[in-house]
Design a protein around this ligand. Structure first.
Ligand code: PGA
Length: 257
């Protein structure tokens, strides 16, 4: 299975020109590598200029969010929102759902996350579902992770779940613009076992072992290889370090075969 390395640009960069430059540089590195699927997630407004440039490479585009209603069944009267089908038809392959920053700043609830997950999977997008505990002390068997996973996956069939990717991001490890402190690889391993156990209870064995699990939270070019060496970790969700093409390129090279 290919490793999946996701660049979550968040609300960056400030201009389309910078977004295009970053995309071009990352694409150049990604194009030379094997065994790694690179997913570039810019703000929505940059999609149209990047989509043309994505072409037939192993650099895929992903959205950082999506709404849960489809056009045209509901008439599209949802000011400011973007539907899963719009993304799909544009050529976007992935979507990040339930990122902790949206849960916190936009008060996105488990129920909203669940609706988005179902709508996106139905539209044929690959869903990167983010889960993670807030406090470090919760870290042995984080109840938050169980609650977030179970509620996000209500009504998701086994068939739909074939396009599901879990991103385990302990909130305390996310850098949020400052130098953060990443989780320990051995603790991430434990958490992945816990996640697989929850997936087993929901979907059974095949999906529990097959679903890719990514780690995210202060990943950089120095620690990436330690997380990639963790059995059960299929890739990385990278925030801050993805804004620097050189650093992100280093991470990609470590993920390649
Ligand atoms: P970070 O962000 O790599 O800057 O910690 C990760 C994320 O929030 O997805």
């Amino acid at each position: 299975m290919k490793r999946i390395i996701v660049a979550n640009l968040k609300m960056n960069p400030e201009t389309r020109g910078e977004a295009e430059r970053l995309f071009r540089e990352i694409k150049r590195t990604a194009g030379k590598l094997r065994g790694v699927e690179t997913v570039f997630c810019p703000p929505f407004i940059y999609f149209s200029s990047l989509i043309v440039k994505a072409g037939l490479t192993n650099l895929k585009l992903g959205a950082q969010d999506v709404f849960w209603e489809h056009l045209p069944a509901k008439g599209g009267a949802f000011t400011g929102e973007i539907s899963p089908l719009m993304l799909k038809k544009l050529g976007v392959k992935y979507v990040i759902i339930g990122h902790s920053e949206r849960r916190e700043h936009l008060k996105e609830t488990d129920e909203m996350v669940n609706k988005k997950v179902k709508a996106a999977l139905k539209a044929g997008l690959k869903v990167i579902l983010c889960v993670g505990e807030k406090e470090k002390k919760e870290d042995v068997l984080p109840v938050t992770v169980k609650k977030e996973l179970e509620s996000a996956l209500v009504g998701v069939s086994k068939k739909m779940a074939e396009n599901l990717i879990i991103a385990y991001e302990p909130i305390w490890a996310i850098s949020a613009g400052q130098a953060g402190q990443a989780d320990k690889p051995e603790d991430v391993f434990e958490k992945t076992i816990y996640i697989r156990r929850i997936l087993f209870d929901i979907f059974g064995q095949k999906l529990a072992y097959g679903a890719p699990i990514l780690y995210g939270g202060s990943v950089n070019e120095k620690n990436a290889k330690d997380f990639l060496a963790v059995r059960n970790v299929s890739g990385l969700l990278v925030g801050g370090a993805s804004l620097n093409a050189k650093k992100f390129g280093e991470i990609l090279k470590q993920a390649a075969i």
